[in-house]
Design a protein around this ligand. Structure first.
Ligand code: F6P
Length: 549
């Protein structure tokens, strides 16, 4: 039994039933599944909002889906989902509610945390963000010397960077093209250097985004940015107020840093970092695309939230995709999951999903504190098509590992592309071809029939039966982006619920932070670090000597 009185996952009869079904399923081929059911493509396609989700090229039958549904029911996914939407403290190790869904809920609703309706303050911050974004966009927020702000640099890391950066890239055709938006995250000083070297400090606004406002990378970069700015204004610290704003939950630390809290945009501890870009953490994005587009994006998130909250299993996309991941990860030994967007605007989408998924579900302790006895979160990876086709798709097609993949594409290229619009058919032909090749492969007979010499036949045969899900929308609008992100957020939620892990803490990042802090003084001052292992001690020594210390 777990903390909530749930039977251990691997002892549930529903789990055993899936294990037996897996045995029976054996090597059943997608070729056969499609041949046996001419309706399969239609029956296994969902329409949710603007997204059509074709999951017919997955290794499932109606029986598989029935058993997966039963496991989701037995694991209490719906109960935990409702508890999340109701503001219960489902982040058990941090004793926090998990309410990123409130960030995109209409103001008229009531969402309570500890008895307080949080909707008024969510919308107050959105209004303040809108006023600020409009001022910057229209040139009414000017810099220290009265010059218009043309450059916006977001300084943050993890959830305070990946979300706004990904969404800015995705929606850049909606952004002000006469402004520059940059995202600085790495504590490697070259990140900041390369981001500001061609900018005029008098026209540059820094948004320091950090939930805790204690993250060493962000604070270090923010201090360096402030020094860069003050260097241009003879150290006049009154310039800071016009060139620095903050996004945080920690007003005290923001003030301590020297940013006026009047210029701070708030969010709350019930918004996890990796679930935060639709909070004030998205301020840089809102300046780029404007409050209206930002609102459209929130509406897209909300559409998917409502779908997840209310749709039955058979038509509930996050539930279905989450359970398909369980099927592959726990019953087919799949170790990773590829997300392959056929849109260059989604170049940062997989990097964003890596934090969302791997920081959420990269756990091996149950919510009740026991070791799990089953696989949890997959390695998530991928890059935009068609680049990956000329790099690692070889392994997807003919390698020894099963790698389920999501193929994401859009019918319409974005309007700005003008004369390049025709190239879009070629891009999408590649997406559809990859799904087809992965699923159906090419048999030895088919290869032979092409007159290929016998010795080459095995090399040119494609086994197929490699599962993909194809997500297609008309075009990449702000709303569609919101729908897509919420789809993955809830998919990750479903999997964490089944695996009985806390998807909303991230204790695994702490040890490295503590050790780095201890080692820093060893590198700079040669300080003794007690109990250092021989390898690390030697590396520190070598580094110091290379630096001439
Ligand atoms: O180190 C992990 C983490 O805590 C992430 O969860 C978070 O998104 C990131 O660091 C940044 O944290 P903050 O917004 O507090 O600077």
């Amino acid at each position: 039994m777990n903390a909530e009185g749930r039977t251990r996952l691997d002892q549930m009869p529903e789990w055993q039933a899936l294990a037996e079904h897996r045995e029976e399923f054996g090597r059943t081929h997608l070729r056969r599944l499609f041949a046996d059911d001419p309706e399969r493509a239609e029956r296994y396609t969902l329409q949710v909002g603007d997204l059509s989700i074709d999951y017919s090229k997955n290794l499932v039958t109606d029986e598989t889906l029935r058993l997966l549904r039963q496991l989701a029911e037995a694991a209490g996914v719906a109960r935990l989902r409702d508890a999340m939407f109701d503001g219960e403290k489902i982040n058990v190790t941090e004793d926090r509610a998990v309410l990123h869904t409130a960030l995109r809920t209409p103001e008229s609703a009531t969402v309570r945390v500890d008895g307080e309706n949080v909707m008024p303050k969510v919308h107050q911050v959105l209004i303040r963000m809108g006023t600020f974004a409009t001022k910057v966009r229209e040139g009414h927020w000017v810099g220290h010397t009265g010059k218009r702000i043309k450059n916006v640099v977001n300084i943050g890391i993890g959830g305070s960077d990946l979300g706004p950066k990904m969404a800015y890239e995705a929606l850049r055709t909606y952004a002000r093209r006469d402004m520059v938006f940059r995202f600085v995250s790495n504590v490697d000083g070259s990140d900041l250097h390369e981001s500001v070297r061609d900018l005029d400090p008098a026209e540059t606004l820094f948004i320091v985004a950090s939930k805790t406002f204690t993250t060493i990378e962000t604070i270090t970069n923010a201090k360096a940015a402030r020094a860069w700015l003050l260097g241009a204004f003879d150290g006049d610290t009154s310039a800071v107020a016009k060139h620095f704003v903050a996004v945080s939950t920690n007003a005290e630390k923001v003030a301590e840093f020297g940013i006026n809290t009047d210029n701070m945009f708030e969010f709350w501890d019930w918004v996890g970092g990796r679930y935060s870009y639709d909070s004030a953490i998205g301020l840089s994005l809102m300046v780029a695309i404007g409050p209206e587009c930002f609102g459209d994006m929130l509406a897209g998130f909300h559409l998917m939230d409502e779908h997840f909250r209310t749709a039955p299993f058979e038509s509930n996309a996050p539930l279905l995709l989450g359970m398909l991941g369980i099927w592959y990860g726990n019953f087919h030994d799949a170790q990773s999951h590829a997300v392959l967007p056929y849109s260059h605007y989604l170049s940062q989408f997989t990097a964003y999903l890596q934090q969302l998924d791997m920081e959420s579900n990269g756990k091996s302790t149950t919510r009740g504190g026991q070791a799990v006895g089953w696989q949890t979160g997959p390695v998530v990876w991928g890059t935009p098509g068609t680049n990956g086709q000329h790099a690692y798709y070889q392994l997807l097609h003919q390698g020894t590992k099963m790698i389920p993949a999501d193929l994401i594409g859009f019918a319409e290229p974005l309007a700005e592309l003008g004369e390049l619009r025709d190239q879009h058919d070629l891009l999408m032909a590649n997406l559809f071809a990859q799904g087809q090749a992965l699923a159906f492969g090419k048999t030895a007979e088919e290869v032979r029939a092409e007159g290929v010499p016998e010795a080459q036949v095995p090399h040119r045969t494609f086994p197929g039966n490699r599962p993909t899900t194809t997500i297609l929308a008309s075009s990449l609008t702000p709303s569609v982006l919101g729908q897509l992100v919420a789809l993955y957020e809830h998919k990750v939620f479903v999997q964490g619920a089944v695996w009985d892990i806390d998807s909303f803490d991230q204790w695994g990042v702490e040890l490295g932070k503590v050790l780095a802090k201890r080692l820093e003084s060893a590198l700079t001052e040669g300080a003794e670090v007690a109990g250092l292992d021989a390898s690390t001690a030697a590396l520190v020594g070598r580094y110091r000597s290379l630096r001439g210390r």
